[in-house]
Ligand binder design. Sequence first.
Ligand SMILES: [Zn+2]
Length: 271
Amino acid sequence: MKVFVLDNGKLDLDLAWLLLNPHTGTVDNPNPPAEWVTIPTYTVLIEHPTLGWVLYDATCHPEWDRRWPEALRPVFPYRATDNQLLPAQLDQLGLRMRDIDIVVISHLHVDHCGCLDFFRGTKAGSRGIIVHEDELSHALKVTHVGPLDFAGAYAKVEFELPNLNYDLMMGSHLELAPDLHLYHWPGHTPGLIGMVAHTQHSGTFIFTSDAIYLERNLKEWRLSGIVYDSVAYFRSMYAIKQLSRKYEATLGYGHDLEAFTRLKKAPEYYE
Ligand SMILES: [Zn+2]
């Protein structure tokens, strides 16, 4: 099995989304300024001897500035070079969307499912994109009850697509292969899926997606600013911590720039 980490560019946003209340006001400093930070967005591609090509997550759509709800665009604007867009990252490995066998989406926020649009009618899209049943039902619910086509970071336009099926993960664990596992780690959203890859020579990798945004959330045991269920959030972080100890794993956090910088990027890979 080969594990490729694809660099899909950056998002800029207020640190308070990632770390709850990072700068508390005090009587001496009642209005501390927001801290504007830059974070990576990435996808993971697996070349597997029995499963074929497996893609974990789908970053932002290249035309995000036309597709995203107007209210979201200035809150966490996306920027990427032409080469960082997902189709181009696959292209540099000689792949097209239609070559991908299985797509797993960690959760349906716009910066994790944006390129699903490109999988309409492909074998992965016909087979069914793997999402957790709790995620799809939540995303559909929150985007269909209000006056708008989006709610929070969920936007209908990015996941409710013609010629695209879903293959719903149920329960807490799914073994795709003996060396490739999916886990249900709710908290950030109801149906967040993490991926654990056991490589032959480079050890175990745990891709947490937004179950843990930053290494700081884990090290300082801190809540992020976007949480659906805070009790589940800490349970999931605890489960990830135990797994990472058990396997002495390398952690791929949702959006930690420093930890991301330490990872090898495609076309290099782990195996
Ligand atoms: Zn998210």
